[in-house]
Design a binder for this molecule. Sequence first.
Ligand SMILES: [Zn+2]
Length: 105
Amino acid sequence: MNFNQCPLCGSSAIQRKHGRYRFAVKDKHVTSPVIQYWACPACGETFFDREANKKIDEALLARSKKRAHSAIHAVASRDRGSAVSSGLGMGREEAGKHVLASLRK
Ligand SMILES: [Zn+2]
């Protein structure tokens, strides 16, 4: 999958990103594995392709299975992910949740 322009607003400024993506599921914050995704600086929306969605699903599944170890897991994820995620325009967990929900229909 590739975008020459943003599917939402049509901007050609859409950028391909590679890294961890942080998003919120219910009230929990989850950091994805390293994935490829697209982010539009014009409207701020983020798009995930099928492969990225699969990896996110696996991360969510692993998280739900490892709930007993979630405290340890969360610390490990934060340490590994901080350097990568900080420069990618994060903090749009609501938008990420919205896109994930819409792509799963
Ligand atoms: Zn856009």
